[in-house]
Design a protein around this ligand. Structure first.
Ligand code: FA5
Length: 343
């Protein structure tokens, strides 16, 4: 048993020298001292099988060796723990003198939101209210209220998404759907804008999307003229694109205005010489506008003999294309990060 005890101690010492971390040290300890199967534990248990004198002598020796081994274990544990903290201090060291690292951009506003925010500031600073309206709209507010009755050919100008089994609901085709809602709620005088998403059953191309944004504007008061409308629109366009931007107005029929116009600006891509974005015209249509039709004022419970007004509807998405030189409208709703990260 003497030989066995001194071999155990030697083996323990040489294994201890190879240990480099606390987990392996714990494993080694269990090999020798675990209650069930540790080598040293087994020796201690076997002492009771020895006879009187031998048990006493081997008991004393086994205890001395056990204590020595436990001391060696404790010393190694302390050394490894110290090493662990030193390593941690070294690896987790913070160099407070290091220059600030660039912060990765996690996200940002969509270009349509950027232009929308800018225009909301512009119009609210001129006293316009900022309004919202439902995207799933009644046929009444989308069409009838703005003077487009059921059988009117103008319904074909805006190819509509109808809702299955709901005869009276459509995805709004324009933000003009909020005109009469606002008149009914706030009456006259009225100055408001409505930015929002609209939907049309369109074959898409570089200028046309099925889902795009518009920005509606309405001003109703006494003695409002076509000149006031032109002034507001020109101010807005110059605010967005600079003082020398030219706007071209051309007569256009919209059932909810009389007279009505559409407005174009020089194509941003070809600068007027003609390209695929402007369909070789050199101009890009960005809005419709006009003096509000008396029937629309009446639908909004406003007396057309007392009040006049103008309304305009900008293709907000087209404004964004012009602002950033985007050659294809379909990029904007594509969710393509490579495209979006440029803004
Ligand atoms: C209208 O939607 C009228 N509600 C505008 C209006 C308001 C006229 C108030 C008079 C008074 P229009 O269908 O022309 O009009 O669309 C207005 C603008 O939206 C267009 O000038 C164009 O810039 C944009 N637009 C129209 N269709 C699309 C489309 N499919 N994709 C992207 N932009 C479009």
């Amino acid at each position: 048993m003497k030989d066995k005890l001194s071999k155990i101690k030697k083996d323990f010492e040489s294994s201890l020298k190879k240990i480099a971390d606390l987990d392996s040290l714990e494993e080694l300890y269990n090999e020798y001292f675990s209650r069930k199967a540790g080598e040293m534990t087994n020796i201690m248990k076997s002492l009771k099988e020895l006879s009187g004198e031998e048990r006493k002598e081997m008991g004393a020796l086994a205890n001395t060796i056990k204590t020595a081994m436990e001391e060696l274990f404790e010393n190694s544990k302390k050394t490894l723990e110290n090493n662990k903290w030193e390593t941690l201090l070294e690896t987790e060291k913070i160099d407070i003198t290091q220059a600030k690292l660039p912060v990765e951009r996690k996200g940002h506003l969509h270009p349509v939101t950027l232009v929308q925010n800018d225009l909301e500031d512009f119009f609210t600073s001129m006293g316009f209210m900022l309004l919202d309206g439902p995207e799933l709209e009644s046929e009444f507010y989308n069409f009838e209220a703005v003077n487009i009755p059921d059988d009117h050919p103008a319904r074909d100008m805006q190819d509509t998404f109808y809702i299955k089994n709901r005869d009276n609901l459509v995805m709004r085709t324009h933000t003009s759907s909020v005109q009469v809602r606002a008149m009914q709620k706030y009456g006259a005088p009225l100055r408001m804008i409505v930015p929002g998403k609209v939907f049309r059953n369109e074959a898409t191309d570089p200028r046309h999307e099925h889902t795009f944004h518009q920005l509606e504007g309405v001003v109703i008061d006494k003695n409002i003229t076509f000149g006031d409308m032109k002034g507001v629109i020109e101010r807005m366009v110059k605010h967005l694109y600079g003082e020398d931007t030219q706007v071209k107005l051309r007569p256009k029929f919209y059932p909810f205005v009389e007279p009505g116009v559409n407005g174009e600006v020089t194509c941003f891509l070809c600068k007027g010489s003609g390209c695929r974005v402007c369909k070789n015209t050199g101009w890009l249509e960005i809005f419709g506008a006009g003096m509000i039709h008396p029937n629309v004022l009446k639908a909004g419970n406003i007396d057309p003999k007392e009040y006049q007004g103008f309304a305009f509807g900008f293709g907000l998405t087209r404004l964004v294309m012009l602002k950033y030189g985007i050659e294809d409208i379909r990029h904007l709703e594509s969710g393509n990060l490579k495209f979006l990260q440029q803004f």
